[in-house]
Design a binder for this molecule. Structure first.
Ligand code: ATP
Length: 236
Protein backbone atom coordinates (compact mmCIF):
# COMPACT_ATOMS: atom_id res chain seq x y z
CA UNK A 1 0.00 0.00 0.00
CA UNK A 2 1.17 3.52 -0.78
CA UNK A 3 0.37 6.01 1.99
CA UNK A 4 1.21 9.23 0.14
CA UNK A 5 1.64 9.66 -3.61
CA UNK A 6 2.55 13.05 -4.99
CA UNK A 7 3.22 13.85 -8.65
CA UNK A 8 4.48 17.16 -10.06
CA UNK A 9 3.49 19.20 -7.00
CA UNK A 10 3.91 22.96 -7.36
CA UNK A 11 2.85 25.76 -5.07
CA UNK A 12 3.23 29.48 -5.71
CA UNK A 13 2.37 32.01 -3.03
CA UNK A 14 1.13 35.26 -4.53
CA UNK A 15 2.50 38.33 -2.82
CA UNK A 16 1.12 41.72 -3.71
CA UNK A 17 4.53 43.36 -3.88
CA UNK A 18 6.19 40.79 -6.17
CA UNK A 19 5.37 37.96 -8.59
CA UNK A 20 4.40 34.56 -7.14
CA UNK A 21 7.07 32.92 -5.01
CA UNK A 22 7.40 29.25 -5.92
CA UNK A 23 7.67 27.34 -2.61
CA UNK A 24 7.36 23.91 -4.32
CA UNK A 25 8.80 23.42 -7.80
CA UNK A 26 7.58 20.08 -9.15
CA UNK A 27 7.91 17.51 -6.35
CA UNK A 28 7.31 13.77 -6.96
CA UNK A 29 7.21 11.54 -3.88
CA UNK A 30 5.93 8.13 -2.89
CA UNK A 31 5.70 7.15 0.78
CA UNK A 32 5.20 3.41 1.34
CA UNK A 33 2.56 2.38 3.90
CA UNK A 34 4.04 1.35 7.25
CA UNK A 35 7.25 3.31 6.76
CA UNK A 36 8.73 5.94 9.04
CA UNK A 37 9.44 8.68 6.55
CA UNK A 38 11.37 11.87 7.26
CA UNK A 39 11.22 15.04 5.20
CA UNK A 40 14.31 17.07 5.89
CA UNK A 41 15.70 20.32 4.60
CA UNK A 42 16.79 23.77 5.68
CA UNK A 43 14.42 26.49 6.88
CA UNK A 44 12.30 27.83 4.07
CA UNK A 45 12.85 24.74 1.87
CA UNK A 46 9.09 24.23 1.49
CA UNK A 47 8.52 21.40 4.01
CA UNK A 48 5.49 22.93 5.73
CA UNK A 49 4.02 23.91 2.36
CA UNK A 50 4.47 20.30 1.24
CA UNK A 51 2.67 18.98 4.33
CA UNK A 52 -0.17 21.50 3.99
CA UNK A 53 -0.53 20.56 0.32
CA UNK A 54 -0.81 16.85 1.01
CA UNK A 55 -3.45 17.58 3.65
CA UNK A 56 -5.43 19.85 1.33
CA UNK A 57 -4.88 22.85 3.67
CA UNK A 58 -3.20 24.81 0.89
CA UNK A 59 -4.32 24.42 -2.70
CA UNK A 60 -1.43 23.32 -4.94
CA UNK A 61 -0.81 25.38 -8.06
CA UNK A 62 -0.22 22.16 -10.03
CA UNK A 63 0.20 18.43 -9.50
CA UNK A 64 -1.73 15.57 -7.95
CA UNK A 65 -1.87 14.24 -4.40
CA UNK A 66 -3.29 10.94 -3.21
CA UNK A 67 -3.31 10.05 0.48
CA UNK A 68 -4.33 6.59 1.77
CA UNK A 69 -5.65 5.86 -1.72
CA UNK A 70 -7.95 8.90 -1.92
CA UNK A 71 -8.21 12.65 -1.86
CA UNK A 72 -6.92 14.52 1.20
CA UNK A 73 -10.07 16.64 1.02
CA UNK A 74 -12.32 13.61 1.57
CA UNK A 75 -13.46 13.69 5.26
CA UNK A 76 -13.30 9.87 5.39
CA UNK A 77 -9.61 10.05 4.44
CA UNK A 78 -8.95 12.94 6.85
CA UNK A 79 -10.45 10.89 9.70
CA UNK A 80 -7.70 8.28 9.16
CA UNK A 81 -4.91 10.88 9.48
CA UNK A 82 -3.41 12.33 12.65
CA UNK A 83 -1.84 15.74 12.08
CA UNK A 84 0.35 17.87 14.27
CA UNK A 85 0.72 21.35 12.70
CA UNK A 86 3.86 23.46 12.98
CA UNK A 87 1.93 26.22 14.75
CA UNK A 88 -0.69 25.06 17.22
CA UNK A 89 -3.64 27.24 18.06
CA UNK A 90 -4.94 25.99 21.38
CA UNK A 91 -7.83 27.48 23.36
CA UNK A 92 -6.07 28.90 26.43
CA UNK A 93 -9.06 28.77 28.79
CA UNK A 94 -9.75 25.08 28.16
CA UNK A 95 -8.53 22.00 30.02
CA UNK A 96 -6.69 19.26 28.10
CA UNK A 97 -9.52 16.65 28.43
CA UNK A 98 -12.03 19.16 26.95
CA UNK A 99 -9.68 19.87 24.08
CA UNK A 100 -9.16 16.16 23.31
CA UNK A 101 -12.92 15.46 23.53
CA UNK A 102 -13.60 18.31 21.08
CA UNK A 103 -10.97 17.11 18.59
CA UNK A 104 -12.42 13.60 18.87
CA UNK A 105 -15.88 14.94 17.92
CA UNK A 106 -14.42 16.99 15.07
CA UNK A 107 -12.91 13.78 13.73
CA UNK A 108 -16.39 12.24 13.74
CA UNK A 109 -15.66 9.88 16.65
CA UNK A 110 -17.28 9.51 20.07
CA UNK A 111 -15.11 10.81 22.93
CA UNK A 112 -13.83 8.10 25.27
CA UNK A 113 -12.70 9.81 28.52
CA UNK A 114 -10.73 6.75 29.72
CA UNK A 115 -8.85 6.45 26.40
CA UNK A 116 -8.15 10.20 26.40
CA UNK A 117 -6.81 9.98 29.96
CA UNK A 118 -4.45 7.18 28.83
CA UNK A 119 -3.31 9.41 25.96
CA UNK A 120 -2.57 12.27 28.37
CA UNK A 121 -0.55 9.84 30.50
CA UNK A 122 1.29 8.66 27.40
CA UNK A 123 2.44 12.19 26.51
CA UNK A 124 3.29 13.03 30.15
CA UNK A 125 0.39 15.42 30.76
CA UNK A 126 -1.68 13.39 33.25
CA UNK A 127 -0.80 15.69 36.15
CA UNK A 128 -1.54 18.83 34.14
CA UNK A 129 -5.05 17.74 33.14
CA UNK A 130 -6.67 20.10 35.67
CA UNK A 131 -4.69 23.16 34.52
CA UNK A 132 -5.80 25.59 31.84
CA UNK A 133 -3.96 25.13 28.53
CA UNK A 134 -3.08 28.85 28.51
CA UNK A 135 -0.64 28.20 31.38
CA UNK A 136 1.17 25.36 29.58
CA UNK A 137 4.80 25.69 28.46
CA UNK A 138 5.61 25.42 24.73
CA UNK A 139 6.71 21.80 25.22
CA UNK A 140 3.48 20.93 27.07
CA UNK A 141 1.40 22.48 24.28
CA UNK A 142 3.38 20.45 21.78
CA UNK A 143 2.71 17.25 23.77
CA UNK A 144 -1.00 18.06 23.83
CA UNK A 145 -0.92 18.56 20.07
CA UNK A 146 0.75 15.18 19.73
CA UNK A 147 -1.94 13.57 21.91
CA UNK A 148 -4.60 15.12 19.64
CA UNK A 149 -2.81 13.73 16.57
CA UNK A 150 -2.78 10.25 18.15
CA UNK A 151 -6.54 10.22 18.85
CA UNK A 152 -8.27 7.19 17.37
CA UNK A 153 -5.02 5.40 16.39
CA UNK A 154 -4.70 6.98 12.91
CA UNK A 155 -3.26 4.99 10.00
CA UNK A 156 -1.11 7.91 8.93
CA UNK A 157 0.62 10.37 11.27
CA UNK A 158 1.80 13.62 9.70
CA UNK A 159 3.86 15.59 12.18
CA UNK A 160 5.39 19.00 11.49
CA UNK A 161 8.40 19.52 13.79
CA UNK A 162 6.95 17.34 16.61
CA UNK A 163 9.68 17.99 19.18
CA UNK A 164 9.82 21.75 18.67
CA UNK A 165 10.04 23.39 22.12
CA UNK A 166 10.36 20.08 23.95
CA UNK A 167 13.30 19.58 26.35
CA UNK A 168 15.91 16.83 25.65
CA UNK A 169 14.31 14.23 27.96
CA UNK A 170 10.90 14.98 26.49
CA UNK A 171 12.34 14.49 22.99
CA UNK A 172 13.41 10.97 23.95
CA UNK A 173 9.87 10.28 25.15
CA UNK A 174 8.32 11.66 21.97
CA UNK A 175 10.67 9.52 19.85
CA UNK A 176 9.64 6.46 21.88
CA UNK A 177 5.96 7.22 21.21
CA UNK A 178 6.63 7.62 17.48
CA UNK A 179 8.51 4.32 17.38
CA UNK A 180 5.58 2.62 19.17
CA UNK A 181 3.21 4.05 16.55
CA UNK A 182 5.28 2.63 13.70
CA UNK A 183 5.37 -0.77 15.45
CA UNK A 184 1.57 -0.60 15.74
CA UNK A 185 1.51 -0.35 11.94
CA UNK A 186 0.98 3.38 11.43
CA UNK A 187 2.80 5.23 8.66
CA UNK A 188 4.83 8.13 9.99
CA UNK A 189 5.56 11.23 7.95
CA UNK A 190 7.81 13.50 9.92
CA UNK A 191 8.98 16.96 8.99
CA UNK A 192 12.05 18.16 10.79
CA UNK A 193 14.96 20.49 10.22
CA UNK A 194 16.84 18.39 12.79
CA UNK A 195 18.71 15.72 10.91
CA UNK A 196 19.66 13.85 14.10
CA UNK A 197 16.01 13.51 15.08
CA UNK A 198 15.01 12.12 11.70
CA UNK A 199 17.94 9.69 11.78
CA UNK A 200 16.75 8.27 15.12
CA UNK A 201 13.14 7.69 14.09
CA UNK A 202 12.92 7.27 10.31
CA UNK A 203 13.93 4.50 7.93
CA UNK A 204 13.41 6.55 4.75
CA UNK A 205 14.15 10.20 4.12
CA UNK A 206 13.61 12.80 1.42
CA UNK A 207 15.73 15.92 1.19
CA UNK A 208 13.94 19.07 0.12
CA UNK A 209 15.81 22.28 -0.75
CA UNK A 210 14.46 25.40 -2.46
CA UNK A 211 11.19 23.64 -3.24
CA UNK A 212 12.79 20.68 -5.01
CA UNK A 213 13.43 17.13 -3.91
CA UNK A 214 17.18 16.55 -4.02
CA UNK A 215 17.27 12.91 -2.93
CA UNK A 216 14.97 10.23 -1.55
CA UNK A 217 15.73 6.78 -0.23
CA UNK A 218 16.63 4.56 2.67
CA UNK A 219 18.48 6.41 5.38
CA UNK A 220 21.59 4.22 5.28
CA UNK A 221 21.92 4.62 1.48
CA UNK A 222 21.82 8.41 1.71
CA UNK A 223 24.19 8.44 4.70
CA UNK A 224 26.66 6.21 2.84
CA UNK A 225 26.58 8.42 -0.27
CA UNK A 226 27.12 11.58 1.83
CA UNK A 227 23.83 13.05 0.55
CA UNK A 228 22.72 14.05 4.04
CA UNK A 229 25.47 16.66 4.18
CA UNK A 230 23.48 18.67 1.63
CA UNK A 231 20.93 19.34 4.37
CA UNK A 232 23.51 20.95 6.59
CA UNK A 233 24.74 23.30 3.89
CA UNK A 234 21.91 23.84 1.41
CA UNK A 235 20.25 27.24 1.71
CA UNK A 236 16.45 27.34 1.85
P1 ATP B 1 10.63 26.20 8.15
O1 ATP B 1 11.41 25.01 8.58
O2 ATP B 1 11.32 27.51 8.39
O3 ATP B 1 9.20 26.22 8.62
P2 ATP B 1 9.83 25.15 5.57
O4 ATP B 1 10.82 24.26 4.90
O5 ATP B 1 8.70 24.49 6.30
O6 ATP B 1 10.58 26.15 6.54
P3 ATP B 1 7.80 26.72 4.23
O7 ATP B 1 7.26 27.24 5.52
O8 ATP B 1 6.99 25.76 3.47
O9 ATP B 1 9.26 26.12 4.44
O10 ATP B 1 8.12 27.99 3.30
C1 ATP B 1 8.68 27.85 1.99
C2 ATP B 1 8.72 29.23 1.35
O11 ATP B 1 7.40 29.70 1.10
C3 ATP B 1 9.41 30.30 2.20
O12 ATP B 1 10.12 31.16 1.34
C4 ATP B 1 8.24 31.03 2.84
O13 ATP B 1 8.57 32.38 3.11
C5 ATP B 1 7.16 30.94 1.77
N1 ATP B 1 5.80 30.89 2.34
C6 ATP B 1 5.32 29.96 3.20
N2 ATP B 1 4.04 30.22 3.52
C7 ATP B 1 3.70 31.37 2.85
C8 ATP B 1 2.50 32.16 2.76
N3 ATP B 1 1.39 31.81 3.40
N4 ATP B 1 2.54 33.26 1.98
C9 ATP B 1 3.65 33.61 1.31
N5 ATP B 1 4.81 32.89 1.33
C10 ATP B 1 4.84 31.81 2.10
Amino acid sequence: MIAIEVVGLRKSYRRWWRPGHEALRGVDLCVPGGSAFGLIGPNGAGKTTFIKSILGIVQPTAGTVRVLGGSPEDPRIRARIGYLPERLHLPGSWLAPTFLATVTRLKGMTPDPAANQRLLERVGLAEARGRRIGGYSKGMRQRLGLAAALLGDPELLILDEPTDGIDPLGRVEVRRILQEEVRRGATLFLNSHLLAETERVCDRVAILARGQLLREGRLEELSRGGALWTVRFAPG
